[in-house]
Write a protein that binds this ligand. Structure first.
Ligand code: RP5
Length: 165
């Protein structure tokens, strides 16, 4: 996107992209300028700190961070910025994402991470919530988000008989 990004989507590994791409799809549909990057809490800790420390001055307003397993990325990013951080627990292979969920949700008081559901639903909702947040100061984004929600309701109301496709 040509405009400077308002939302940063980061993830602990390339393997998280399958999940986190759903957050990016939502932001694309709502035409919200965003950036996407792999930043690992464990494998590239210095890059992670640099990302968090420079996010605000680069114009980001919300950070969406997805990670799986010992999912420290959202919490460590939140430790280094006052921007709102939304955490998406990626569904891990061994423990189905319960490890990711607890790692992200159980932050100590004082360093908040807004934790979403495990996997695709969490990534979609992180995108929508981030759009809603930046919509506070970008009315055109708020209106597109309002329209997205309306279209979703209309689609359900237009096909209430589950036997029909
Ligand atoms: C975490 O470890 C990542 O967020 C990913 O979900 C998990 C596994 O990473 P890979 O071994 O697939 O790179 O840091």
């Amino acid at each position: 996107m040509a405009q400077a990004p308002l939302i940063g989507i980061i993830m602990g590994s390339k393997s998280d992209w399958e999940t986190m791409s759903h957050a990016a799809e939502v932001l694309e549909a709502l035409e919200v300028p965003h950036e996407v990057k792999v930043v690992s809490a464990h494998r590239t800790p210095d890059a992670m700190f640099e990302y968090a420390e420079t996010a605000e001055e680069r114009g980001l307003e919300v950070i969406i961070a997805g990670a799986g397993g010992a999912a420290h990325l959202p919490g460590m990013i939140a430790a280094k910025t006052v921007l709102p951080v939304l955490g998406v627990p990626v569904q891990s292979r061994t423990l189905n994402g319960l490890d990711s969920l607890l790692s992200i949700a159980q932050m100590p008081g004082g360093v908040p991470v807004g934790t979403l559901a495990i996997g695709k639903a969490g990534a979609i909702n992180a995108g929508l919530l981030a759009a809603s947040m930046v919509g506070q100061s970008h009315p055109e984004i708020r209106e597109r988000y309002r329209q997205w929600r309306r279209s979703q309701s209309d689609a359900v109301l237009a096909a209430t008989d589950p036997r029909q496709s």
